[in-house]
Unconditional design. Structure first.
Length: 345
């Protein structure tokens, strides 16, 4: 048996990663192609965030691996084609899988599919070896279909880029981060408004930031002014924004209903699966509440425990780049180790 790849790659420190921007048609079939032309001009004059969650995960994966000493090759199709037995990592949306033609053993994810019902026979393709999942709840969801193929990973948070802001002058008690994605008008009335009224009743100042309505500089300025983060999102696979706030020293009070909110669950499942809005969290980070009905009681608990919270310590200890890289590398190099073990036997 001969391994069909360049011996220089066998040093165990080369990682071939492939990413394709996640695109969907929004208004009419094919309008994603028009957006490719318009997007560069829009980005030039728009100050908001220009990289979606798929892109952030890819960039942070590349950075973590690079800082750990790996040589990362991005979208190098020629290198993969010339080394067909060497593994590759595919990160991004379904379009990357749909157009993938190379024979290399492939590690899929994170962020390929929203849930496994979109591709239940994915691993019928012998090239595909493992599926990388963010968050325990997502791992459990994908394991229902991809049994024994799923591995866990997280995106590292840069504690230097997001420094401790605890000693900054504070004039806002709660920065409300509104990332409610479905039925926003409904929840603006039944959740967000009652929460604001409760804060007002107690004389607690608050400001609101809406998801995708800010850039990093604006977010940092608002974090510097704020004592706490009130995080409102139905569910998260990682939740980079609230973790950046924790790295900045803000304890988090999170709305966490406990189930996946994306309406597509109805197409594939009998009931919404368990999920969390703060999948990387502990008692060091803050508190969670289920809805407006238990907010006041949880707020009491949050305020009484606030001096004990150490959210930045949690980020440094549990969301560091070194372990993030090690988790991915262990999965990525598994096909090589399997072949090497077979040869040795």
């Amino acid at each position: 048996m001969r391994l069909n790849y360049d011996p220089t790659l066998a040093a165990g420190n080369h990682v071939l990663l492939f990413y394709k921007h996640y695109e969907v048609d929004r208004f009419v079939p094919g309008d994603r192609y028009l957006k490719r032309i318009v997007r560069p001009l829009y980005n030039r004059f728009h100050s908001g965030p220009k990289v979606n969650g798929f892109g952030v995960n890819f960039e942070m994966l590349c950075r973590g691996l690079t800082e750990a000493g790996y040589i990362v090759h991005r979208n190098d199709y020629a290198l993969a084609r010339d080394n067909p037995d060497y593994p590759v990592g595919l990160v991004g949306g379904p379009a990357l899988i749909d157009s993938w033609r190379l024979p290399n053993p492939a590690i899929l994810g994170p962020t390929i599919y929203d849930q496994p019902g979109q591709a239940p026979r994915l691993f019928d393709d012998p090239r595909f070896r493992s599926y990388v999942c963010l968050a325990d709840w997502m791992h459990d969801l994908f394991e229902t279909t991809y049994r024994g193929r799923c591995t866990k990973w997280y995106c590292g948070i840069d504690a230097e880029t997001w420094p401790d802001l605890s000693d900054q002058p504070k004039d806002v008690d709660f920065l409300i981060y509104d990332k409610v994605r479905w039925e926003h008008d409904h929840y603006a009335e039944t959740l967000i408004a009652p929460l604001r009224r409760e804060l007002d009743r107690r004389g607690l100042t608050h400001d609101t930031i809406r998801y995708l309505g800010h850039d990093h500089a604006t977010f940092k300025r608002q974090l510097a002014r704020s004592r706490n983060l009130l995080f409102l999102c139905e569910n998260e696979t990682q939740g980079i924004a609230y973790q950046e706030a924790m790295a900045s020293g803000l304890p988090v009070l999170a709305w966490d209903r406990g189930f996946w909110a994306d309406p597509q669950w109805r197409d594939h499942l009998e009931a919404p699966p368990p999920a969390s809005s703060v999948p990387f969290f502990s008692e060091a980070c803050g508190e969670r509440f289920v809805g407006a009905e238990d907010f006041a009681q949880t707020l009491d608990l949050f305020l009484s425990r606030r001096p004990r919270y150490r959210p930045r310590d949690y980020v440094i200890q549990n969301l560091d780049f070194a372990r993030s890289a090690a988790l991915y590398a262990r999965t990525y190099f598994a096909p090589i180790e399997a072949v090497a073990g077979a040869l040795a036997a």
